[in-house]
Design a protein around this ligand. Structure first.
Ligand code: ADP
Ligand code: MG
Length: 262
């Protein structure tokens, strides 16, 4: 049993504070949904957790068990058990998915075992083996990129996966395969999941234990799975308005015609 513990996490980009104090604990096997409007800082959270350069951490802590991740480079966070499925997966010309996985899999001394795992994972999510040869994410459709991310998760078997809008770009059939694969990992391997999304459709196969409403750079409310369905009908206005009002009170806009919510 492991724990991913996020405490008082604050971070800025370009001198502007985006994460304003995130507190969240995910245990092995649990699925936490993080749902919130556009621009609320969800992807910033995923990037700061994974160690993407360009963000200034202003305070707080992110740990997997006793390992503090914030002082580590991205690859050591991955070694500690953290995986990020990116909202916009990076294209890497010249590096095939197969090469990437051979270089990064834990069982990297056994090439046959990795090959077997790659083929098995591709089949589980209805992904053609030809994608193993293709340069990473180059000229892939949105949905193919998301399956690519899911395949990597399946082969690398992290302790915790942050899934940033894994559902975007997937058609209904692919969505079912991908979200079932993640659900199975929670049951088979005890994977802990932080699933960031706008939509409850991700949560038909993947069953959230806890749902968090994320707005204004932090968690505003936490509830059970029913909260995901409620948000689908009510939207996020209830949480967006106070956050936006606070932001506009704090700073005078340079452009008086600017959208105050942008
Ligand atoms: P979400 O994923 O919830 O839609 P993001 O985390 O992508 O939101 O963005 C949160 C806010 O941070 C937005 O206002 C966005 O414009 C801003 N932001 C994100 N990255 C940068 C960056 N590199 N430079 C400046 N602003 C950024
Ligand atoms: Mg985002």
């Amino acid at each position: 049993m492991s724990e991913l513990v996020i405490e008082g996490l604050r971070a800025a980009v370009d001198g502007q504070e985006i994460l304003t104090g995130v507190d969240l604990t995910v245990r092995s096997g649990e699925v936490h949904a993080v749902m919130g409007p556009n621009g609320s800082g969800k992807s910033t959270l995923s990037h700061v957790l994974a160690g993407r350069p360009g963000y200034e951490v202003l305070g707080g802590s992110v740990r997997i068990d006793d390992v503090e991740l914030l002082s580590l480079p991205a690859w050591q966070r991955a070694e500690a058990g953290l995986f990020l499925a990116m909202q916009y997966p990076t294209e890497v010309p010249g590096v095939a998915l197969r090469d990437l996985l051979r270089a990064s899999a834990r069982t990297s001394d056994d090439a046959d075992e990795i090959e077997e795992a790659m083929l098995a994972e591709a089949a589980r999510i209805g992904f053609g083996a030809k994608f193993l040869e293709r340069p990473l994410n180059v000229d892939l459709s949105g949905g193919e990129k998301k399956r690519n991310e899911t395949l990597q998760m399946g082969v690398l078997r992290p302790a915790f996966a942050v899934l940033d809008e894994l559902d975007s770009g997937l058609d209904v059939d692919a969505l079912r395969l991908v979200s079932s694969r993640v659900e199975e990992a929670t049951e088979e391997d005890g994977l802990g999941v932080l699933a960031i999304t706008h939509y409850s459709r991700l949560f038909q196969e993947l069953r959230p234990d806890v749902v968090h409403v994320f707005a204004g750079g932090r968690i505003q409310e936490t509830g059970g799975p029913e909260l995901a369905t409620e948000l689908e009908t009510t939207g996020y206005e209830r949480w967006v308005e106070p956050a936006a009002a606070k932001a506009s009170a704090a700073t005078l806009p340079d452009d008086p015609f600017a959208d105050p919510l942008a």
